[in-house]
Design a protein around this ligand. Structure first.
Ligand code: FE2
Length: 154
């Protein structure tokens, strides 16, 4: 195949997108976990908010994985690979609602960092579709991190 990006660059972009997919999947799972297990006086707000977030994240997984396929590399799709590739650590047990929010802020910010790290490679290779996808994901993760952070402030 030849779409104007050499194989070495496509491979490098794919490696970054695979890390983004792993962080996105881990964040998705954490958010759905907290949707199920949240307790306390903020139950209604958080249960609903987490559902909106994990639904958006679930749809984004497909876009990231299919961009990897369009670059002609296999998309990682097992828990084993995701654990290895992710920068986000999974949370054990059931944290208090306020700690769930803190975990999600960190995970949103970590996912944004993983997306941002890939820009220099993508820019150099003139890969606009990946740049566009990364921009969209950054916008969502930064906005969601702000909304979650706001819950922690007086
Ligand atoms: Fe539900």
């Amino acid at each position: 195949m030849d779409m104007g990006i050499n194989k070495k660059d496509r491979e490098k972009i794919t490696q970054g997108l695979s890390r983004l997919l792993a962080d996105s999947y881990t964040l998705y799972m954490m958010t759905h976990n907290f949707h199920w297990n949240v307790k306390g006086p903020m139950f209604n707000t958080l249960h609903t908010m987490f559902m909106q977030q994990y639904t958006e994240q679930w749809n984004a997984l497909d876009l990231i994985a299919e961009r990897i396929r369009a670059l002609d590399f296999p998309a990682p799709a097992t828990y084993k690979e995701f654990v290895k590739l992710a920068s986000i650590k999974e949370v054990d047990g059931v944290p208090k609602a306020i700690d769930m929010i803190r975990h999600l802020v960190s995970a949103q910010e970590a996912t944004a960092r993983t997306a941002r790290e890939l820009f220099p490679v993508v820019d150099k290779a003139n890969d606009q579709p990946t740049a566009d996808l990364l921009t969209q994901r950054l916008e969502v993760h930064e906005k969601t991190a702000w909304m979650l952070r706001s819950l922690l402030e007086d």
